[in-house]
Design a protein around this ligand. Structure first.
Ligand code: AHR
Length: 319
């Protein structure tokens, strides 16, 4: 009787181990790199979300190169992972590798950036409405300058990336009815602080030491932070002499806002993995097809929104 109970208990224990092993998913994550504070936070939060859920996350850093991402995806496919997350550095050139994943029946989820490929080639995309983000920034400027003439310089994100394309388009839509606002210069700063500073220095030089510039629109906060440094070094006051509006809502921009050196930012949540893993679980467990686009919120913050408190709330949250 005792031997039977013992046998039953050990059988149950091994079944439990087997079923939890069956539940453990291996997911490949191809990340772009670490160009910005926002990107670093997305990486940290994705790893944390995976750990919380007992997912074995295979992480690959592409160092800004699409070819590295394609190699990583092919390696994930060869390893037979259960799913793939990819933050695509640029929008084009994904068809072949996405088809290979589909043929291998490995669902792919896009994180934060979009691709131009057929929607059937991926399960879902988690991200914000990138055009809307740009338009929120543009409308903020329209309201803030209230009819006064305003020359804008624009720091674009990585050329060919969906946020660079859509945030530009959105901002232009946001200012479309304001004849007083003109974009006088626009160049890529590659989403990095160093390049943002360097390009802003060239804008300032070309525009009478900055005296012709009324506002800076940067496609991310890191470029804005670099540009703020350039504006200060040129002897001008960022946030006053040159208005600064950007996107991401990273802690450093709230610090700049608290110091009066930046004016507004549009939030992009770095936790895209949470909704991605939820969608994947529902799909794997009971075949629930997620919508093709899972949209995250885009909230505008200005100097009126207690930036010091926002800084405190965010620092340490993966940034
Ligand atoms: O794709 C999202 C963008 O990529 C973020 O706004 C930027 O900071 C990052 O590098």
């Amino acid at each position: 009787m005792f031997a039977k109970t013992l046998l039953g208990a050990s059988l149950l224990a091994s079944m439990t181990i087997l079923s939890s092993a069956a539940l453990a998913q291996t997911i490949g994550f191809s990340q772009i790199g670490s160009e910005s504070g926002w990107r670093a936070a997305e990486t940290t939060l994705t790893k944390q979300e995976a750990e919380k859920r007992g997912i074995d996350l295979k992480f690959s850093d592409a160092q800004q190169k699409q070819e590295n991402q394609i190699k990583a995806l092919r390696s994930f496919i060869a390893q037979g992972v259960d799913a793939i997350l990819v933050a695509p550095v640029v929008a084009t050139g994904w068809d072949a590798v996405l088809k290979e994943a589909k043929e291998a029946e490995i669902p792919v989820i896009l994180l934060d950036r979009m691709v131009d490929s057929d929607k059937d080639l991926y399960l879902t995309a988690v991200g914000s409405d990138l055009v809307h983000e740009g338009s929120v920034a543009g409308k903020w400027l329209v309201d803030t300058v209230a009819g006064k003439d305003c020359n804008v310089v624009e720091l674009q994100g990585t050329t060919g990336s969906s946020p660079a394309i859509d945030r530009k388009k959105g901002f232009e839509q946001g200012i479309a009815d304001a004849a007083n606002i003109k974009i006088i210069r626009s160049q890529t700063g590659d989403f990095t602080r160093a390049k943002g500073k360097e390009v802003m220095e060239s804008f300032l030089k070309a525009e009478n030491g900055g005296k012709n510039i009324c506002a800076l629109y940067a496609h991310n906060d890191d470029m804005a932070v670099g540009a703020i440094q350039a504006i200060k070094e040129a002897g001008l006051k960022p946030g006053t002499d040159i208005l600064v509006v950007s996107i991401d809502a990273v802690p450093d921009i709230f610090q700049a806002m608290a110091a009066g050196e930046a004016n507004a930012t549009v939030e992009l949540t770095p936790n895209m993995a949470g909704p991605a893993f939820d969608a994947l679980k529902a799909y794997k467990d009971n075949g629930t097809m997620p919508p093709k686009f899972i949209q995250t919120e885009s909230k505008l913050y200005t100097q009126k929104d207690d930036p010091a408190k926002e800084y405190e709330a965010r620092k340490g949250l993966g940034y």
